[in-house]
Design a binder for this molecule. Structure first.
Ligand SMILES: Nc1ncnc2c1ncn2[C@@H]1O[C@H](COP(=O)(O)OP(=O)(O)OP(=O)(O)O)[C@@H](O)[C@H]1O
Ligand SMILES: Nc1ncnc2c1ncn2[C@@H]1O[C@H](COP(=O)(O)OP(=O)(O)OP(=O)(O)O)[C@@H](O)[C@H]1O
Ligand SMILES: [Mg+2]
Ligand SMILES: [Mg+2]
Lengths: 227, 227
């Protein structure tokens, strides 16, 4: 459902060129739960940003659901992102002046869901990630791990087919992290394709496949048999 | 060197009062390396912010180096913070329009260090945290873990006596995290007092003491014999 063909991303810093991705080839199958791991600076977030159409590759192609995303107009791209993709950012990217529940409702406002249904769904998602009672808090009135969980709830708001999660448990204690991973696995069993970047190797045990990145390349892939 | 006496922090959200800290009593000895662990939302960052004089307690006292910090004028507080304390924030708090090296120099500008000495020290600190070659990158031109390491280098800029680190390795792979912890332990051997909040229980093995927090209280303390 997501295909990368000879994907390159070269950042320019003044006159210097920095190749963050150096020719990535990958096929993610529908319904897979893939973990992407690797050292800090190896290109994981850059790869996820290209899959989420949040950035354009310098060279190569990204194909989502059979559509090459560089061929889409910006409004078609926004619709693809809003309807099919859920994105959990490494730095949460919550809207600071809105409450947790209003943040979770944002994707549903964009897709035209009625206010009453939006509010009920946002309440349900915040309860699922363990934040019942914190709906009215704004991001600066929440702990780091609580903000992260609001970002996860927001990514699930529109029932995405594909969830891209960049370090979704970096600020969570082991119990909260296990709860979030369980939510993701339940989603995956219902058919949601998940690509998760993580530094926590304890969390990748139940993934179908693990992609190990280093210096902008996929160094190795490990298929895991998952019960 | 840091004493907390009956420390309370009650946040007000509209009409609701939320006690994030409910009477913390603690003594951190000079030269100790203390880990603070506990569930997301248990009050760790709130405690560290009070120790760093970044926030005021609702009740109770914080005493640093024998001085009760609530008795200080704001300029004396700023001087204490700049000269004696180093702070690594959970969300990095880097200045977005400045390069990594300019960010690391900020505390030294405040304490009147000459430009040439500042630049040399900042270069050295960025090399120590593994960011040689990335000095000119601005925060949005760095990966999550790289930004975190710039924040650590900045906290060490003024050779602090006390280092308060809130989740310093949340975005780092295990190798980079081990390197950062080693830097902290070397500092501690030189006499720097360190209080580190972390979710990564692999990193607390070599700390002198571990404080377990839950619901705004210290649930237990564990002294560890450290070789
Ligand atoms: N400004 C605020 N207004 C209201 N509530 C707040 C505010 N800041 C923090 N809180 C609440 O206080 C509690 C403790 O927050 P704190 O940030 O200290 O937790 P933490 O232990 O650092 O959590 P984490 O591990 O997720 O970073 C949380 O439940 C949070 O919602
Ligand atoms: N806008 C940019 N301009 C220049 N260089 C960049 C930019 N964004 C990222 N980089 C560089 O590209 C490399 C890959 O960054 P990326 O964020 O993908 O790494 P990562 O694997 O997600 O790391 P982490 O685990 O620390 O989050 C890094 O070395 C970073 O410095
Ligand atoms: Mg990243
Ligand atoms: Mg915190």
């Amino acid at each position: 459902v997501i295909v990368a063909i000879e994907l390159w991303k070269i950042y320019r810093l003044g006159k210097v060129e920095y190749p963050a991705l150096r020719g990535i080839n990958m096929q993610i199958r529908r319904g897979e739960f893939v973990a992407v791991v690797g050292p800090s600076g190896s290109g994981k977030s850059t790869l996820l940003n290209l899959f989420g159409a949040l950035d354009r590759p310098t060279r190569g192609k990204v194909i989502i659901d059979g559509v090459e995303i560089s061929s889409l107009r910006s409004d078609q791209l926004a619709e693809l992102r809003n309807k099919k993709l859920g994105f959990v950012f490494q730095t949460f990217n919550l809207i600071p002046y809105m409450s947790a529940i209003d943040n979770v409702e944002v994707p549903m406002v964009a897709s035209g869901v009625s206010p009453r249904v939006r509010r009920a769904r946002a309440m349900e998602l915040l309860a699922i990630v363990g934040l019942k009672g914190f709906e009215k808090n704004r991001p600066n009135e929440l702990s780091g791990g609580q903000q992260q969980r609001v970002a996860i709830a927001r990514a699930l708001a529109n029932d995405p087919q594909i969830l891209l999660a960049d370090e979704p448990t970096g600020n969570l204690d082991s119990k909260s992290a296990a709860e979030v991973i369980e939510v993701l696995h339940n989603l995956n069993k219902k058919g949601v394709t998940i690509i998760m970047v993580t530094h926590n190797l304890n969390l990748i045990r139940h993934c179908h496949r693990v992609l190990w990145m280093k210096d902008g390349l996929v160094e190795k892939e490990v298929e895991q048999s998952v019960t």
